[in-house]
Design a protein around this ligand. Structure first.
Ligand SMILES: O=C(O)CCC(=O)C(=O)O
Length: 393
């Protein structure tokens, strides 16, 4: 995959102030629609530990939900510190080996470099063939300040390896209960990626749908490409948050280019809503949803820890896609077991710190708890370079 973004000419350069001002009416309308849907609230589980059926129904109807106040302030502080450490220790650009302080950068010894970069305020993928060409229309790329760095961190990977708190988050019992309720007891992981949108620098993520494997599957349905969580480390605003087109997860492959053209070439697609959150809120978004985010011309930082889950049936026997496509792998029992073991180790890593919390019982690993405790040995055998085994579809 090309790590460097923003090499495509901007059709009509605009200043940051023009961009921000041009978004205001759209943001108000998006918030109005979001309020009418009101798909948000606490993460409620039944006595049996399943996601409350009302929330399950709301998720399937609209394709998303905002779980409020899932991660407490102390844990958010740990996650912020670990994520900021990753940002600080990033290489200065795609080919660099040292960070801004001249230290060896984090992750240069990982099997997959855990960073992707963009030019400031650029759209790395829109209108390109990258990632299967799934971002067909380019977003506006406002002009960056003259003193902006050449590259900014756009995405960070490997949170279970590079962030101790990230591994613990991955074993969160309520989030895993949601994954089980939506994707079944034998649910499997997808991948994880941290979206970093620095104020006045963060690029956009052009409108897209995530799934690439099952669109023509005769057994296609609205859940076949799984979902992503986003854990918000800072309050999000309409100017920096993820936007979605509610209900679009049900409608098959979307003609995004046609939608933008029908909107006079304007990327501000009608009917979209911003997922405005507080720190500690967690969104769930169906991977078939049309979604995207705009260049961050606001004064507010967003860091979103994004990780997803699938039905086991959706990945078994499928060809590796997206960021692991070049491996030419086919997902078999061994691959699925090895990648899923990250969940089991994460459950134990969490329990070692949050011992008063209930421990999630991950059914595919029933009876294997001892073998998959979090230890220096399982860090090496399970966690190190775990994301080379992601189950992307
Ligand atoms: O958070 C964002 O800005 C983009 C997220 C996204 O595209 C995804 O989760 O697939």
């Amino acid at each position: 995959m090309n790590d460097i973004a923003g090499t495509i000419a901007t059709p009509k350069p605009i200043s940051q102030a023009e961009h921000a001002a041009g978004m205001l009416a759209y943001q108000q309308e998006g918030q109005r629609i979001a309020a009418t849907i009101n798909n948000r609230g606490p993460l409620r589980l039944t006595d049996e530990g399943k996601l409350h059926p009302d929330i399950v129904a709301a998720y399937w109807k609209h394709g998303y939900y905002i779980f409020e106040g899932v991660v407490d302030a102390a844990e958010i502080a740990e996650l912020r510190a670990d994520a900021q450490n990753m940002v600080e220790r990033a290489p200065t650009g795609p080919d660099a080996k040292t960070d801004r302080q001249g230290r060896p950068a984090l992750g240069i010894d990982f099997a997959r470099l855990p960073y992707r970069f963009s030019k400031p305020l650029a759209d790395p993928w829109g209108g390109t063939q990258l990632l299967g060409g799934r971002h067909p229309a380019q977003m506006a790329q406002p002009q960056a300040d003259a003193d902006a760095p050449e590259y900014v961190v756009f995405l960070m990977y490997a949170m279970c390896q590079a962030m101790p708190s990230g591994l613990r988050l991955y074993g969160h019992p309520s989030l895993l209960a949601v994954a089980e309720s939506i994707n079944g007891e034998d649910f499997v992981p997808f991948n994880d990626a941290i979206f970093v949108k620095q104020p006045g620098l963060g690029g956009s993520v052009a409108w897209h749908q995530d799934g690439v494997t099952h669109w023509d599957n005769p057994e296609w349905d609205e859940g076949i490409h799984g979902f992503n969580f986003q854990v918000q480390l800072y309050p999000t605003t309409p100017a920096n948050c993820l936007w979605i087109l509610p209900g679009s997860h049900k409608l098959g492959r979307s003609d995004i280019k046609g939608k933008v053209a029908a909107n006079g070439g304007d990327e501000k697609l009608p009917g979209a809503v911003p997922l405005v959150c507080n720190a500690g809120d967690v969104t769930i978004v169906n991977r078939q949803m049309v979604h995207g985010s705009f260049a961050n011309t606001s004064p507010d930082l967003r860091i979103s820890l994004t990780f997803g889950f699938h039905r086991r049936k959706s990945v078994m026997g499928q060809k590796a896609a997206l960021s692991v496509e070049s491996s030419n792998a086919v997902y078999d029992d061994k691959r699925v077991f090895e990648r899923s073991s990250v969940i089991q180790v994460a459950i134990d890593a969490r329990q070692q710190v949050h011992s008063a919390e209930p421990r999630f019982a991950y059914k595919p690993f029933a009876g294997l708890d001892e073998q998959f405790r979090f230890t220096p040995e399982t860090f090496e055998s399970v966690i190190r370079d775990y994301n080379t085994k992601d189950l992307a579809i």
